[in-house]
Design a protein around this ligand. Sequence first.
Ligand code: G3H
Ligand code: ZN
Length: 284
Amino acid sequence: MSLVTGDVLLKRAMEGKYGVGAFNFNNLEFLQAILEAAKETNSPVILQVSEGGMKYMGLSFLEGIIKHLLYKVEVPVAIHLDHGSSLDAVLYAIRIGFTSVMIDASKRPFDENVNITREVVKIAHTVGVSVEAELGKIKGTEEHVEVSEREALFTDPDEAAKFVELTEVDSLAVAIGTAHGIYKGEPKLDFDRLYDIKRKVGIPLVLHGASGVPLDDVRRAISLGICKINIDTDLRVAFRNKLAEVLSIRRDEIDPRKFLGPARDAVKEVVIEKIKAFGSEGRA
Ligand code: G3H
Ligand code: ZN
């Protein structure tokens, strides 16, 4: 069986000192691109879907995908709810068959974040689903999550240790200088902070907003405890640019396969590049 929990993939990554790419998808072309890239590189992979993505694709499409992942995919794969905003959203994902969920209560005060995360962990663990939570506030916009420059807040290492102990969460997303969406300047990661968090927290750490971060910086972050790397924007940009390029040349083309196919291949190329950089190639 190829469908596993997020925890299984991230624990292996932590032991093997490599990172697992977590790639967002909202349609068939992105899903095919990510799975083909993982298969070609013989790499584990995390497929992630936001609440908006769940609405866009619909329940039966997602259930069909999960059946496909269970029986037809040759590499280990987890399907993960990205930035779940409530217990309802998490329960919905678990019911469909997701093997991993994120509860993102990072915009709430520390105690509230602890309480809701602990509740999600209790329920999810009962049915064997892993849980990611977030502490600190990551700048930028990801679907419904919007954090301004002024609100952004780096993760405090001592708070992180306390949070993990109180919630028993499986993995922790940390705010160390990355941002969701397209960067305006060069991202500056706080590696000293990451080092301190890792010293105090024994579970796999997650890097959100990793699109646009130089791959050397991502590799350094992996060496300091990052095990899951979230990529969305880089895939969207590759898809959009290739689509625009093909349509500008084949202006009268009406067969969607002729322009969606090349756009899908462009996404696949980016996923392969990331998998190789994260060191998960050959780890399936
Ligand atoms: O949760 C998803 C991500 O953190 C993706 O961020 O769009 O900047 O790659 P990105
Ligand atoms: Zn994110």
